[in-house]
Design a protein around this ligand. Structure first.
Ligand code: BGC
Length: 509
């Protein structure tokens, strides 16, 4: 890397401010993930919108596992992800036609509208529409923010900067858990405060997005070369940015040869990063993490905690989630992606299996776990969240963002984002019914997935640690025993541009 000039760029106050302001998009996503579980456990909320569920909860002794099973209650949580799924494709278009920064402005605006409508909701449709607006914000934010962060980060800090997004997601979840803990005591409108407070980070994101710079890549991509050069100078804090600027220009020229990125994505040679990008997100969701993130208070009530204690336990898991993400920031470029993912598979498998065995043996349809065992379940949940936070959580976003070549990056990433949303939706919509029908067996279901994802990492996931993003095809995909069969040398677009070296030696990087 020593030959690359932009290694000497400074980390300026301006660029750090841009990272943080943009990362508020992650905070919004996290807040939305964390808030609904607590709100759906609040009696005032249930009595107003879901009286039948409230009635069932009062007779909880009748069935521990089924007291919250209600499709429309689950729709309240999951509608957000369906909206985000659809919106992420619109966001991909907006990212390439209008730019990353206007797409982040739009995300902030949708969040603000969603917060206002949810807070003021007097009927169920207002509540759901509020969630949908939040969802469109998530779709726009999750597509544009990680791309923006990656593009404005100096190459040597790209991994850590990308994980900043996930760090803010976890902070958002924690803040939501703490807010719920406080507002659950505010009768009868605590839930309004919980949903309305989403407006605060949304306002930060909105105002912040008005002052951040557009990414140089996006400016050059849209023909604004001079502006792109100026933006690069500003974020790098040095005046000589020619070497990096030339690289951006070349990457953009190469990308321009591909007129239909979505079509190009369907080619055989695009399959390896596409399959990896989608599967990372599918597996991330089938760890079962969101069964815990959305429904932690509900889950803890199921094993016998009172309302208050269960919200507090959710605050504890949220704290573990934030702190463990720092491990990932530290380890991802040292230990590598594969080691983190595999270690986590072992730890998550043990935790899920043990929780399943405890619940199966001790939690019958009625009654509750004794206090000691309930505490063991909380500890196991924390151990599970801990290793998710340094592995599948951040890497689910990092790996899809670093494995696509530039010409298919925004389109490919949109598939990864929408796969995340689709499977988050499925888990959110199905979890309470699955808990009701499968009872403790649901934990064995997730364990089986964890086993499958471990095998996937062993056989199919290449290590991308330390590999510069623009030579992934040569250094990763063409070297992998399985994926190299998909790579077609005649398909390399760089051959069409004389300026671009098709084979990059390690020395030339
Ligand atoms: C996932 C979310 C999850 C969160 C937990 C994110 O990476 O995409 O679905 O709730 O991590 O921290």
């Amino acid at each position: 890397m020593s030959t690359i000039q932009w290694d000497i760029s400074k980390i300026t106050f301006y660029v750090v401010a841009c990272w943080i302001l943009a990362a508020f998009g992650g905070l919004m996503f996290g807040y939305d993930i964390g808030i609904s579980g607590g709100v759906t456990a609040m009696d005032d909320f249930l009595m107003k919108f879901f009286p039948a569920v409230h009635e069932r909860k009062l007779h909880a002794k009748e069935n521990n596992y089924c007291k919250y099973d209600d499709q429309s209650l689950q729709l309240f949580t999951s509608s957000l992800y369906l909206a985000a799924l659809v919106a992420s494709f619109g966001a991909s278009k907006s990212c390439s036609l209008l730019g990353r920064q206007p797409t982040i402005v739009m995300a902030g605006s949708f969040f603000l509208l969603g917060a206002a409508l949810s807070c003021a909701a007097s009927q169920k449709w207002m509540l759901i529409l509020g969630r949908i607006l939040f969802g469109v914000g998530v779709g726009f934010g999750n597509e544009s923010v990680p791309l923006f962060l990656t593009e404005i980060a100096p190459v040597q800090h790209r991994g850590a900067v990308n994980i900043l997004f996930q760090l803010f997601v976890t902070i958002g979840i924690l803040i939501a858990n703490m807010v719920n803990y406080g507002t659950s005591k505010l009768h009868p409108h605590g839930w309004r405060v919980s949903l309305g407070l989403a407006g605060v980070p949304a306002l930060f994101l909105f105002l912040g997005s008005l002052v951040i710079t557009e990414s140089p890549t996006s400016l050059v991509e849209r023909g604004k070369e001079n502006k792109g050069r100026e933006a690069l100078k500003k974020i790098r804090g040095v005046s000589d940015v020619e070497a990096e600027f030339e690289q951006i220009k070349m990457a953009c020229e190469q990308a321009k040869l591909v007129r239909h990125p979505f079509k190009k994505l369907m080619k055989r040679s695009s399959m390896p990063p596409l399959i990896i990008g989608i599967m990372m997100q599918v597996f991330q969701q089938f760890t079962g993490i969101n069964a815990i993130m959305f429904y932690a208070p509900v889950l803890f009530q199921t094993v016998g905690f009172k309302n208050d204690a269960s919200l507090l336990s959710a605050v504890i898991t949220g704290t573990v989630n934030v702190l463990s993400t720092f491990v990932s920031i530290y380890a991802v470029d040292r230990a590598g992606r594969r080691k983190l993912l595999l270690q986590a598979c072992v730890q998550m498998f043990i935790c899920q299996m043990t929780i399943g065995v405890i619940l199966m043996a001790k939690l019958k349809t009625t009654g509750s776990l004794d206090k000691g065992l309930a505490a063991v379940v909380v500890v196991l949940v924390c151990l599970f969240v801990m290793c998710f936070a340094w592995s599948w959580g951040p890497l689910g976003w990092l790996i899809p963002s670093e494995t696509f070549p530039l010409e298919t990056r925004t389109a490919g990433f949109a598939f990864a984002v929408s796969a995340n949303m689709l499977f988050t939706f499925i888990i959110a919509q199905a979890f309470l019914s699955m808990l009701c029908n499968m009872r403790a067996g649901i934990f064995f279901f997730f364990s089986a997935w964890i086993l499958a994802m471990g095998l996937f990492v062993v056989f199919l996931l290449p290590e991308t640690k330390g590999v510069p993003i623009d030579v992934m095809v040569e250094r990763v995909w063409k070297q992998h025993p399985v994926w190299k069969k998909f790579m077609d040398t005649s398909d390399i677009d760089c051959q069409k541009i004389k300026k671009l070296p098709c084979k990059m030696s390690k020395k030339s990087i």
